[in-house]
Design a protein around this ligand. Structure first.
Ligand code: COA
Length: 168
């Protein structure tokens, strides 16, 4: 059996931001292999389709040049996905105190479900602690410049959306 430690970095990535990439960069130094897993469905309605979210992730990760990072999507329970991919770690980024309660609840539930899978929290860098995908989308839709906070492919997509006439 291999001793390499595989970690899953799950999320909606709707869209991926530089805050997510900051967590990824640091996690890539800690674990042998990272699987970024975009959720196919969840509590939220997604603004970007799964294919778009995956394209943004592929492009962003390729630019970073990591060899130990894979991109995938998952449905169902996260711990089942992690187990099926032989991952022993779930990575989550913590931004501020308000993230903690929800993240703690999820990590305890996940550990109840499969005790051998540990959640590891990495604190988001101070450059991004105020960033969230919803806030990015709102600011971009209203004409704000978010280019320093998202990968260039995401910035281009947000600008293209702004130019599109509103539907409905
Ligand atoms: N920097 C900046 N922003 C960050 C960030 C970082 N490092 N990390 C997270 N965020 C933001 C995201 O942009 C997102 O913003 P939004 O709410 O405005 O969209 C928010 O923080 C949380 O997003 P994310 O990290 O993608 O998590 P999530 O809550 O969308 O996804 C899942 C959570 C998918 C991991 C969780 O719902 C799950 O495991 N689902 C599978 C079903 C399951 O197993 N359920 C039982 C769980 S116990």
């Amino acid at each position: 059996m291999s001793d390499s430690v595989i970690a899953v970095y799950p999320g909606s990535f709707d869209p991926v931001t530089n805050g997510h990439l900051d967590i990824l960069k640091r996690a890539a130094r800690l674990f042998d292999r990272i699987i970024i897993a975009a959720s196919e469905s969840g509590r939220k309605l997604f603004d970007f389709a799964l294919e778009e979210r995956l394209t943004f992730l592929h492009d962003s990760v390729e630019r970073l040049g990591y060899r130990n990072v894979e991109i995938d999507s998952f449905g169902g329970l996260l711990v089942h996905y992690a187990r099926d991919r032989n991952a022993s770690v779930i990575i989550r980024g913590l931004r501020e105190v308000s993230d903690f309660e929800y993240e703690y609840q999820m990590s305890v539930m996940n550990r109840k479900l499969i005790p051998s899978i540990e959640t590891v929290f990495l604190s988001t860098s101070s450059d991004y602690y105020f960033v969230s995908s919803s806030l990015i989308k709102e600011v971009a839709a209203l004409g704000g410049d978010v280019s320093a906070l998202v990968p260039s492919i995401v910035n281009d997509a947000l600008i293209a959306r702004r130019r599109k006439p509103l539907e409905g």
